[in-house]
Design a binder for this molecule. Sequence first.
Ligand SMILES: Nc1ncnc2c1ncn2[C@@H]1O[C@H](COP(=O)(O)OP(=O)(O)O)[C@@H](O)[C@H]1O
Ligand SMILES: [Mg+2]
Length: 478
Amino acid sequence: MSPERVPTGIPEFDAVLRGGLIKSRIHLLEGRPGTGKTTIGMRFLISETDQDLVRLYISLSESAEELHATAASHGWSLDGVLLFNPELFSPQEYGEQTIMLPSDAELSRLIGTIAGEVERTGAKLVVIDSMAEIRLLAHNSSHYRRQVISLRERLTRAGATVLLLDDLTSVEHEFELQSAVHGAITLEQRERSYGSVRRVMKVVKLRGADYQSGWHDFAIQRSEILVFPSLIAEEHHRDYERSTLDSGVEGLDQMMGGGLLSGTSTMIIGTSGAGKTTLALQYALAAVRAGGKAAYFVLDEAEITLKSRMIERFGVGEGEGEGEGEGEGGAQPQDLLISRINPSRISAGAFIWQVRRRVEDDNVRVVVIDSINSYLDLIKEERTLLLQMNELFSYLANMGVIAVVVGAHSHTLDTSREPDALSIITDNVISLSSDVAHGRIRKNICVLKKRHSAHSHDVREFILTEDGFTVGDTVTDA
Ligand SMILES: Nc1ncnc2c1ncn2[C@@H]1O[C@H](COP(=O)(O)OP(=O)(O)O)[C@@H](O)[C@H]1O
Ligand SMILES: [Mg+2]
């Protein structure tokens, strides 16, 4: 039988833990200072579930005022949470001692005080912040270990579900706290060369219980902690009808040997300003025109206006003059769901989570990522990001979603470099380029790869207008 769980107050953290902390068990939450232990600990105690349970925050380093101020900074209230600040040193013993060294008795006394407070109050949800201060009182690791185990035994007997916070500041790893507890979660903060720090967490162990392994991105925001469980594509499948989506651009569909098949991915590559966004938007709008929804993720600051005219005209031209949300099955501009993402501020995990919400909550038919380059820059620093992106594409395929990815690149296709390397994993590749012909810039389009059907190998000219994309004649070597 799987053990009973206690929610952490953070739904996606509970998803990673497959339900929550283990009831009446001791969990270590470890991480360097500033990684978010206190914040997660507080969130756990103010969670809405079962307000009848007695909650106790035991702080060895911060006063009640400081804890209230921290909670207030998140817009939280600690009303209903008992706060306890045990004395680290008992004053009467100081009087008798000339040397200011804590004695073994001092540590035993503190552990007794903490456990006694849990027993006295009948607390069922407990946070101890932090073990670092307790460790300071220990002369040696075997003494510390004995006391930690005695604490574990008393708190378990009291039926408390506990988060022990630990700083990882001790230099000598004399004794692994992890081995003395039932569950352990590690928090880390990873510096990046630009952008905000990346926070990650990992469940190290959860005795006798299931959990999602691996590192998960998370973010601390005012009033909430967001955890983004890492994506495992094979856990997601959906029965979907295979259909094709025509772009609506005459010559293009002909070049492509038909529309885009559900569950496939298409990369649009080309130099800056080549028309990649306009083409990607064609497919997104085509899905909306066909009565579906499309998610458009704008990752490029330069693309901030996102062809607003094209979208506006689409709204007026095809919404048939009806008010918003009306019209039967007709194209609705609001079915184009545009999200702006700043990759230097949002982790890949958070971004992938947003894509999942569009797929699973909004049931979009098309996902456009414009462009992937900002994440590719990050991939150079963090190789795991490439795996995350691969997982995202597999996921979209399993869910029957059409993925359109925009990638800017230099002049020639070079599959040893990003984003061209990524084009290997997409089913289809459309290349946009330009050259000079008859004294003017000519824009060219060609299909480099189409996995599920034959395609044209012609290079054709195309024209960008405010209404979109028009494919012209085959380019000849004249
Ligand atoms: N009100 C807040 N809004 C947004 N972020 C906050 C807020 N309070 C704290 N943080 C973030 O949380 C981090 C500190 O978390 P904290 O729980 O005190 O860490 P720890 O207990 O592990 O030392 C800080 O780095 C800060 O960025
Ligand atoms: Mg803290």
